[in-house]
Design a protein around this ligand. Structure first.
Ligand code: NAD
Ligand code: MG
Length: 384
């Protein structure tokens, strides 16, 4: 992991490259306050056909849709003749469904879009995951571009090619791996993001430090206030460093045969909490935050990390104003955890596997070999 200090923001934007084993690579552009022409020039380089379908939701549409539709259709910046149509989907995790995703396919077919078309996702992780999935299956796969507008999407979901939708029996249960042509991040879109969503995204930033980047974790311990205040330099640095970490992991293991699973620290517990509490109760990053606290607690119970490190994990999550426990009236019970966790995609041959912390800060382990007693004790402690 490169560790260039955050002061170097004199360049107009940063580029993080994702180098895939397939030989294909793609850039993540990270900057703020791009002019329309700069944005158009950068993004249009990665659009090869003539037709673009720009997809967002009804919450983001009034804020950013017109701008992006206009700049993407600005044919004066290069010699392409692009036509940009739009789709506006209903907002919300509860709409991350097969049926809502199919509205994109219906629109594309209705417009007669061919295999050379490009889908562009403008929004958070929900839009990115659904549009990515629609691009993976539309005519067996079309190009797509990610324009993430939440911290969660900028640091995590827009990078790495996991796409999909939820099923009533589980989150992200239907999906595909499909990599974008580029990711375009304008951090100024975060100015309209609600605080709660901002903090939710920070839980994934904390994750990178814990699983593989101790210096980044230490930087966050010093700079959390700046991140919460949306300081542009700190924000850009945290996003870049997160994307570098995610790119490193995805490059090593694009299809999640091994190390990529470590990006799911806190997620097995977190997904159970998100699902079992009813959609809308917890944001993804909030579930991950409680899940990370559970992973830390369980790791400490097994003697894999010391009490001091466990405390630092709780401290950093609390400094980001993220939840580290379930409320008293939570519907989560021991049985709910056990049932929902057994549905996790990391279950192999009936055996649950978890990402736990082990050793010094920045080290973790993806394993099915853990003390099941410590797991049950941890769950009991959290549902109490
Ligand atoms: P989200 O997409 O629901 O966005 C959160 C809310 O903020 C929504 O209401 C959205 O409309 C709104 N919003 C988005 N950008 C805005 C802006 N700039 N200003 C104002 N409002 C804005 O949620 P999310 O946290 O971005 O993403 C969560 C989803 O991402 C989950 O479904 C999760 O499973 C998925 N995810 C996927 C991956 C992956 O690798 N594919 C990784 C992490 C998370
Ligand atoms: Mg996540």
């Amino acid at each position: 992991v490169a560790s260039t200090p955050p002061q170097q923001t004199s360049t107009p934007y940063d580029t993080v490259k994702v180098d895939l084993s397939s030989g294909r690579d793609y850039p993540i552009y990270i900057g703020s306050d791009f002019t329309d022409t700069e944005a158009a020039t950068l993004i249009r380089q990665h659009i090869h056909g003539k037709r673009v379908l720009l997809i967002t939701n009804d919450r983001i549409a009034p804020l950013y849709l017109e701008r992006y539709q206009q700049l993407l259709s600005d044919n004066s910046v290069d010699d392409k003749e692009l036509v940009v149509d739009t789709v506006v989907l209903p907002d919300g995790e509860e709409n991350k469904t097969y049926d809502v995703m199919a509205m994109v396919l219906d629109k594309a077919l209705g417009l007669g879009l061919d295999r050379k078309s490009t889908f562009v996702a403008l929004g958070g992780g929900v839009i990115g995951d659904m549009v990515g999935f629609a691009s993976a299956v539309y005519q067996r796969g079309v190009n797509f571009v990610q324009i993430p507008t939440t911290v969660m999407a900028m640091v995590d979901s827009s990078v790495g090619g996991k796409t999909g939708v939820n099923h009533p029996l589980g989150k992200n249960m239907i999906g595909a791996f499909h990599q974008p042509q580029c990711v375009f991040i304008d951090t100024s879109t975060l100015n309209t993001l609600p605080d709660r969503e901002l903090k939710s995204g920070i839980s994934e930033v904390v994750k990178y430090g814990l699983i593989r980047d101790a210096p980044f974790f230490e930087w966050q311990e010093e700079n959390m206030t700046k991140l919460l205040e949306r300081d542009p330099e700190a924000t850009r640095y945290a996003i870049r460093r997160s994307c570098e970490n995610k790119a490193d992991v995805v490059q090593a293991d694009e299809l999640e045969a091994g190390v990529r699973a470590t990006l799911n620290l806190g997620h097995t517990f977190g997904h159970a909490i998100e699902n079992g509490s009813g959609y809308g109760t917890w944001l993804h990053g909030e579930g991950v935050s409680i899940g990370t606290a559970m992973a830390a607690t369980m790791s400490e119970k097994m003697g894999w990390i010391d009490e001091g490190l466990k405390q630092r994990i709780y401290d950093i999550l609390e400094s980001a104003d993220l939840p580290v426990k379930l409320p008293r009236d939570s519907p989560m019970k021991v049985e709910t955890f056990n049932k929902l966790m057994s549905l996790d995609k990391k279950v192999a041959d009936g055996q649950l596997r978890l990402i736990l912390l082990q050793g010094e800060l920045g080290n973790c382990k993806f394993t099915g070999e853990f003390d099941t007693g410590a797991l049950q004790e941890t769950i009991e402690e959290f549902v109490k």
